[in-house]
Design a protein around this ligand. Structure first.
Ligand SMILES: O=C(O)c1cc(C(=O)O)c2c(n1)C(=O)C(=O)c1cc(C(=O)O)[nH]c1-2
Length: 242
């Protein structure tokens, strides 16, 4: 078996996978170019809510599989970021609540978002695959699968930069979710990347496995965007669900 890649080369190979990030998916390209209708943007927010509620569940699954106290101490922050907390009077409503407010900012009701009635079946399969991966695979692999977040600040920033001009009817207060994620994702990824570079550099085979896992997660996000785009095509043909 080949010698392990240097840490720098391994990191460069992981970062090199940005070419298949969902920022390049036609639905996201259309979003950034202001080419989505109001109903299509609403459909995206409603479907993506599934991902938002799944993230802390998959992070809790990682923790439940992980005997390393140090890792759990850092990882629990991800659950708090999404679920929010009220500890000794220090409060944060969390990312899921911020996403519901994004839903309201694009003209959906809280109930439209939280009932998941607008969600496409294929989007549910894509999101379930992420939670199942974290439940069933070794926790080190599940940590590596979060590394799509390497590329996420760019797509959050793109939305902050383009939505106010492209979708002026969206209440700008609703964009707070994306603003919060700029710092949260950078912090998460510094930790997840450090762990992945350490653990998976024990052999070339493990490094190749980490690259495979990152590709799996990139494909999963791509499939989620496919599901949302196809649902919008179906609605264009048969009309929205009653
Ligand atoms: O809006 C996006 O395009 C996007 C992508 C990703 C990602 O790349 O996985 C995440 C998020 N958002 C996000 O908001 C988020 O909290 C998040 C957590 C994770 C993860 O894998 O643990 N990915 C992402």
């Amino acid at each position: 078996m080949a010698a392990p890649l240097s840490r720098e080369e391994f990191e460069a190979r992981l970062r090199g996978k940005s070419a298949s990030y969902h920022i390049h998916h036609p639905f996201h390209v259309m979003m950034a170019e202001g080419r989505l209708t109001k109903a299509q943007l609403q459909g995206w927010v409603a479907n993506r809510y599934l991902y938002q509620v799944a993230i802390p569940v998959k992070d809790a699954a990682i923790m439940s599989n992980c005997p390393d106290r140090e890792l759990r101490r850092e990882w629990i922050q991800r659950v708090l970021d999404h679920d929010g907390y009220d500890i000794g009077g220090i409060k944060d409503d969390g990312g899921i609540e911020a996403w519901i407010r994004l839903g309201e900012a694009v003209g959906l009701s809280r109930e439209d978002v939280t009932s998941q009635r607008l969600v496409s079946p294929a989007a549910r399969f894509a999101v379930d695959a992420y939670v199942n991966f974290a439940r069933q695979r070794p926790w080190q692999e599940a940590v590596a699968s979060s590394l799509t977040e390497l590329f996420a600040p760019h797509i959050h920033q793109q939305r902050l930069d383009t939505w106010p001009q492209m979708y002026p009817w969206v209440d700008p207060a609703g964009l707070q979710y994306f603003r919060n994620r700029l710092t949260q994702a950078r912090r998460d990824v510094a930790h997840g990347l450090r762990f992945t570079l350490d653990y998976f550099s024990q052999s070339r085979a493990l490094q190749e496995r980490a690259l495979e896992i990152l590709q799996f997660k990139l494909d999963l996000l791509w499939a989620l965007a496919d599901a949302i785009m196809l649902q919008q095509c179906e609605i264009a043909i048969t009309g929205p669900k009653a």
